[in-house]
Design a protein around this ligand. Structure first.
Ligand code: F0G
Length: 379
C-alpha cells in the first residue's frame, strides 16, 4: 500500500530514504512486501538496503540536452546494488532451511553475501578470481567471516564451480542465476518510478552477467502492468570493450578490463537479457577502459558522486549515445551507478595521463597556503 511506504509522490521534496516523520526505511522486503514473494512468516534478513538517492545530474543534463538522473546504488549497506538481491536470496535460503550459501563473484556479490549471511546466522563461502578483485571488496568478505576461496581462473570459472557445488552438495547458490536475486533487484525500478512519477525514457546501466539489466526491465514491466507508469524505458546496457559478449554476439573467452566488476565473458542471464533488450527496444554497447576512467572522473568532479570504475560505464555510455545523436532531445534518462568508489579507490589517485595524483605538501603557514590556493594577500 503506497501510503504506508516511506516516500510520497507529489508531497514534500523527499527521496526514498527520507520518510515522512522519523520512520526508518525498512529495507526492500518490508517496503515492497506487496510485490515480492514474502509472507508474515518469512524470516526477513535485512540490513536496510534500498531507498537509494536518485540524484539530478545537472552537468550531464547540460552536456546532453536530456534530463539525467543518477541512481546511486553505492549507498546500499555494503556499497553496491547487490544488497537488494541478497536480502531476498539469503532470506529465501533461510526460509528453505539452508545453512550455507555460496557464490562466485568479482567482489560485490561476495561482500554482500558475506554480510547478509553474517546477519542471518548462516555460513558463507565465496569463490573469487585470483588477483582480479579489488582490495575493498575482498576486505569486506573477510571481515564478515566468509570462507574466501581464490580460484586460479576468471569469474566464469568461479560460477561454473559454484553451480557444480550447489548441484552436488548441501549448499545454497546466491548468484543471480537464482531468481530470488533478480526479484530483489527489481525493486530499484519501483523506486525510480515512485520518485519520477513514471518510468524514464531511457535507462543506462553496466552489464556483467546482465542480472541487473534483467531485473530493472522486470521491475519496470511490473510497474507498467499495475498502472504506475504508462511506459517502460529503453534499456541501454554497457560492457567494457575487452569484455563485451553481448556486443560481439558470442561469449568472450578471456575477458579483460580494468573494470573488474564486469570482467565477465559468459553472462549468466544471457537469454533473459536478450529478451529484455527485444521487449524494450534496448541496446548493448561497449566503452574502452580509457573512456570508463574519463567518465569516472567526470562523475566525481561534476556530480559529486564517487563510484567504482565499472559503474562509470553508465555515464560513458550516455555520452557516447548522446554524441551519436540517437537519443530523443529532452528525454528523461536514469543512469544506475552500481557500486561505491571506496570499493576500489586506487583509480581516483591517478591523473588523466596515468601519473599519480598527489596532494600538495604545505608547511604550517596560512600565508603560504593562501598563495598556493591563489587567494592573494590577506585583507
Ligand atoms: N556493477 C558492479 C559494481 C558489479 O559488481 C556488477 C556485477 C555489475 C555492475 C554488473 O551486474 O552482473 O547484474 O550485469 N558484479 C558481480 C559480482 C558479477 O560478483 O559482484 P550484472
Amino acid at each position: 500500500m503506497a501510503s504506508k511506504r516511506g516516500f510520497f509522490r507529489g508531497s514534500k521534496p523527499v527521496g526514498p530514504r527520507h520518510a515522512r516523520g522519523s520512520r526508518q526505511w525498512r529495507g526492500v522486503l518490508h517496503e515492497y512486501a506487496d510485490r515480492l514473494d514474502v509472507s508474515k512468516a518469512t524470516p526477513v534478513v535485512t540490513l536496510g538496503e534500498g531507498g537509494t538517492p536518485l540524484i539530478e545530474a545537472h552537468s550531464l543534463s547540460e552536456m546532453t540536452g536530456l534530463r539525467v538522473f543518477v541512481k546511486f546504488e553505492g549507498m546500499n549497506p555494503t556499497g553496491s546494488f547487490k544488497d537488494r538481491g541478497m536480502t531476498m536470496a539469503v532470506t529465501k535460503a533461510k526460509e528453505r532451511g539452508a545453512q550455507v550459501v555460496i557464490c562466485a563473484s568479482t567482489g560485490n556479490t561476495s561482500a554482500s553475501a558475506a554480510a547478509y549471511a553474517a546477519y542471518g546466522g548462516l555460513t558463507s563461502a565465496v569463490l573469487v578470481p585470483d588477483g582480479k578483485i579489488s582490495m575493498g571488496k575482498l576486505s569486506q568478505a573477510i571481515a564478515h567471516n566468509a570462507h574466501v576461496l581464490q580460484v586460479k581462473g576468471n569469474f566464469d570459472d568461479c560460477l561454473d564451480l559454484a553451480r557444480d557445488l550447489a548441484d552436488n552438495y548441501p549448499i545454497h547458490l546466491v548468484n543471480s542465476v537464482n531468481n530470488d536475486r533478480i526479484e530483489g533487484q527489481k525493486t530499484a525500478a519501483f523506486e525510480v518510478v515512485e520518485v519520477l512519477g513514471q518510468a524514464p525514457d531511457y535507462h543506462f546501466l553496466p552489464v556483467g552477467n546482465a542480472g541487473n539489466y534483467t531485473a530493472y526491465h522486470r521491475g519496470y514491466s511490473e510497474e507498467a502492468r499495475r498502472g504506475a507508469t504508462n511506459r517502460i524505458p529503453r534499456m541501454f546496457g554497457f560492457q567494457a570493450s575487452g569484455s563485451a559478449p553481448f556486443v560481439r554476439g558470442e561469449r568472450v573467452k578471456n575477458p579483460d578490463t580494468i573494470a573488474t566488476a564486469i570482467r565477465i565473458g559468459n553472462p549468466a542471464s544471457w537469454d533473459l537479457a536478450l529478451a529484455a533488450q527485444a521487449d524494450s527496444n534496448g541496446y548493448f554497447g561497449e566503452i574502452d577502459d580509457a573512456g570508463i576512467l574519463a567518465a569516472h572522473r567526470l562523475l566525481s568532479q561534476t556530480v559529486g558522486v564517487f563510484v567504482e570504475p565499472s559503474s562509470a560505464i553508465s555515464v560513458a555510455g550516455l555520452l557516447e549515445r548522446s554524441e551519436a545523436g540517437v537519443l530523443d532531445k529532452g528525454a528523461t534518462v536514469v543512469l544506475t551507478v552500481t557500486g561505491h568508489g571506496l570499493k576500489d579507490p586506487a583509480w581516483a589517485l591517478k591523473n588523466a595521463d596515468g601519473s599519480d595524483a598527489q596532494p600538495t605538501k604545505v608547511p604550517i603557514d596560512s600565508a603560504h597556503i593562501a598563495q598556493v590556493l591563489g587567494l592573494g594577500s590577506s585583507s
